[in-house]
Design a binder for this molecule. Structure first.
Ligand SMILES: Cc1cc2nc3c(=O)[nH]c(=O)nc-3n(C[C@H](O)[C@H](O)[C@H](O)COP(=O)(O)OP(=O)(O)OC[C@H]3O[C@@H](n4cnc5c(N)ncnc54)[C@H](O)[C@@H]3O)c2cc1C
Length: 504
C-alpha cells in the first residue's frame, strides 16, 4: 500500500490497480501485534540494530541490505506517522519503545498489541484519498502474464518480461486479463502450508508460487520461522499469537514442572531469537511427551500488562485463562516465510517489469531467520525504493496488447470441493510431520514422494475442472511445499531457522 501511494502521488496521470483476493483489510499485516523496529532511543545505535539483525539471521544476511533497512527505518516511520499511524507514547510524550526477542535494546514502536491493524487502517484511509488508485476486492490473481503467454520458451536464465496477471473475479466468476506496465507482487507469506500457523487463511504463498511458475528466481524457502509462543488451542486454525513483546515485558516460559528450560539452550533465555526458543520448546515437548509448555505472566504488574496487551489478555480471558493467575499454554507455530522471490535493492525480481515486496520477497535482510519486528519495516523500505525506481522508468514502458485472453482449459465444476479441502489438510499434515522445526534426510525424502502424488492429482483437477480460488490455493501450496522441501535438501549446513539432524 505504501508503494501504491507513492507511485500514485509521483504519477498523477497513471492509474494503479490493487488486486486482493479477499476483503481489502484481510492480510497478515492486520494481525501483526508486536510492532515495528527502529533506532529511536538515544542509547541505541544503528550498529546495535544491524548486529541484532545479523545475529538472528545467523550471519548469512546481505549486510548492504541490513544497513540500508536499519538506517532508513526512522525516516520511513516518520512518513507513516505523518500519514496518520498512531504509535503509543509514554507519560513523558516519548514513543514507548518495546523490547522483543533478539533485540539488545528497546526499539519496537507499537500500537497496543494491534500494531498491524493500526498501520493498515491508516494506509487504507490514505489509499482512499488517492484518486488514481483502484482497489479490486475478491479478485484472485491466478498467474502472471509473461513472454510464455506470447508463445516464447522461457526458463530461469532467459530474458522474460511481465505484462500483468490473469485474475479470477470471484463475485462474477469470470477470469479477467489485467494488463500492466509494471506489476508488483505483495501477496504475503505462506504459513498455511503447515497445520499449526499464526497466519490467516489467505497466507497460501500465491505470489511466490506464481513467480516460480513464471520462472523467476526464488530462494531461501527452507528458512521457515516458527513462532515459539502461539496459544495452544487444539483444533483452532489459525493459532492465536502471544506476541514476542510479552516475553520482552518479562514473561517466563516454563514446562509443566515450572522449570525455565529455555535457559539450558541460551543464556538469554526467553529473549533468545525465535529459532532458538522454538527449537528448545520442540525438544522439551519431545522429551516430556506433553502437548504444550506455558507462558507465565503472573509475576508481572497486572494493570500495566493489561494496558500493553489488552487484545491478548481479553482473548485469553474469553477462553478461561486469566493471565494474573493462570499460565498460558503455548506451542510453536509456523509464522514467517524468510525466503521468497529474489529481488535487488529496488525490489525488482529476475523478470523484467516484475517487482516483489514484503513477505513474498527475499531481499537478503533476514538471512536464515528474521529478527522480530523487522518485516513490516522491510516492506516499508523496499516499497519506497521500488516506487522511486518505477516512477523513474514508467514513461518508457508500454503496454503489450498482444496478450491473449485466458484460455479456459477446464469447463466443468469440480464434482466435490471436499477433495480439495482434504488434499489441503493432507498437505499441511505432511509438512508439519516431516518438514517442520526439526528435519532429517529421511523425512524430507518421504515428504517429497508424498508431494509428488498431490502434485499429479491436483494438476489433473486443474486441467479438467473450472478454476476456483480453493483449487488455485491448493496448487500454490503444493508448489510452496515443494520449494521448502527441495531447498531444504540442498542446504549444506544448519543455519538459523533451518535444522536438519543429519547435518552439523
Ligand atoms: C499473527 C502475526 C503477527 C505478526 N507480528 C508482526 C510484528 O509485530 N512485526 C512485524 O514486523 N511483523 C509481524 N508479522 C509479520 C508481518 O505481519 C507480515 O510479514 C507482513 O504483514 C506481510 O505484509 P505483506 O504486505 O507482505 O503481506 P500481507 O499483509 O499478508 O498482504 C498480502 C495481501 O495479498 C493478498 N493476496 C495474496 N494472494 C493473492 C492472490 N492470489 N490474489 C490476490 N490477492 C492476493 C492478500 O489477500 C493480502 O491482502 C506478524 C505476522 C502474523 C501472522
Amino acid at each position: 500500500m505504501t508503494y501504491a501511494i507513492k507511485v500514485a502521488k509521483a504519477n498523477p496521470d497513471k492509474s494503479i490497480i490493487i488486486i486482493t483476493k479477499a476483503d481489502k483489510g484481510e492480510s497478515n499485516t492486520k494481525y501483526a501485534q508486536g510492532g515495528i523496529a527502529a533506532v529511536l532511543d538515544e542509547h541505541d545505535t544503528f550498529e546495535n540494530h544491524i548486529e541484532d539483525t545479523l545475529r538472528a539471521g545467523d550471519y548469512i544476511n546481505d549486510k548492504e541490505v541490513v544497513t540500508r533497512v536499519v538506517e532508513e527505518a526512522p525516516e520511513r516511520l516518520k512518513e507513516i506517522i505523518s500519514w496518520g499511524t498512531r504509535f503509543d507514547k509514554d507519560k513523558t510524550g516519548e514513543y514507548d519503545l518495546g523490547k522483543e526477542g533478539g533485540h539488545s535494546l528497546n526499539r519496537i514502536l507499537h500500537h497496543k498489541d494491534i500494531t498491524g491493524f493500526e498501520i493498515e487502517r491508516a494506509l487504507l484511509e490514505k489509499i482512499a484519498e488517492c484518486r488514481n488508485i483502484e482497489v479490486l476486492q475478491h479478485h484472485f490473481a491466478i498467474d502472471l502474464i509473461t513472454d510464455h503467454h506470447l508463445g516464447k520458451l522461457v526458463n530461469r536464465r532467459t530474458e522474460n518480461t511481465c505484462y500483468g496477471a490473469y485474475t479470477l473475479n470471484s463475485k462474477k466468476n469470470i477470469i479477467e486479463r489485467v494488463l500492466a506496465k509494471i506489476t508488483m507482487l505483495c501477496s504475503g507469506g505462506a504459513g498455511q502450508v503447515y497445520s499449526h500457523t499464526t497466519n490467516p487463511i489467505i497466507a497460501t504463498g500465491d505470489g511466490i508460487a506464481m513467480a516460480h511458475r513464471a520462472k523467476a528466481l526464488v530462494s531461501d524457502m527452507e528458512f521457515v520461522q516458527f513462532h515459539p509462543t502461539a496459544l495452544f488451542e487444539p483444533g483452532k486454525s489459525p493459532s492465536f499469537l502471544i506476541s514476542e513483546a510479552v516475553r520482552g515485558f518479562g514473561a517466563y516460559i516454563r514446562n509443566k514442572k515450572g522449570e525455565r528450560f529455555v535457559l539450558k539452550s541460551d543464556q538469554r533465555g526467553e529473549l533468545a531469537s525465535r529459532d532458538i526458543v522454538s527449537k528448545a520448546i520442540d525438544k522439551e515437548l519431545k522429551v516430556s511427551g506433553e502437548n504444550c509448555v506455558y507462558l507465565d505472566c503472573t509475576h508481572l504488574e497486572h494493570d500495566s500488562f493489561y494496558n500493553h496487551f489488552p487484545n491478548i489478555s481479553d482473548y485469553c480471558k474469553k477462553i478461561g485463562i486469566d493471565f494474573r493467575r493462570d499460565w498460558i499454554p503455548i506451542v510453536p507455530a509456523a509464522h514467517y516465510t524468510c525466503g521468497g522471490i529474489n529481488v535487488n535493492l529496488n525490489s525488482q525480481t529476475s523478470i523484467t517489469n516484475l517487482y516483489a515486496c514484503g513477505e513474498c520477497s527475499r531481499t537478503g535482510l533476514h538471512g536464515a531467520n528474521r529478527l522480530a519486528s523487522n518485516s513490516l519495516l522491510e516492506a516499508l523500505v523496499f516499497a519506497h525504493h521500488a516506487a522511486a525506481d518505477v516512477s523513474s522508468k514508467i514513461n518508457s514502458v508500454s503496454f503489450n496488447d498482444k496478450i491473449p485472453q485466458w484460455n479456459a482449459e477446464g469447463t466443468t465444476d469440480p464434482d466435490e470441493l471436499i477433495l480439495i479441502t482434504h488434499s489441503r489438510k493432507e498437505l499441511q499434515t505432511i509438512m508439519s510431520d516431516y518438514v517442520a522445526i526439526v528435519r532429517s534426510n529421511v523425512r524430507l525424502k518421504r515428504a517429497l514422494s508424498r508431494l509428488k502424488i498431490h502434485y499429479e492429482e491436483t494438476e489433473e483437477l486443474y486441467k479438467s475442472t473450472k478454476i476456483s480460488p480453493q483449487l488455485c490455493e491448493l496448487r500454490n501450496l503444493i508448489t510452496i511445499a515443494y520449494l521448502i522441501v527441495t531447498q531444504s535438501m540442498i542446504r549444506p549446513e544448519n543455519k538459523g531457522a533451518f535444522y536438519n539432524v543429519d547435518l552439523n
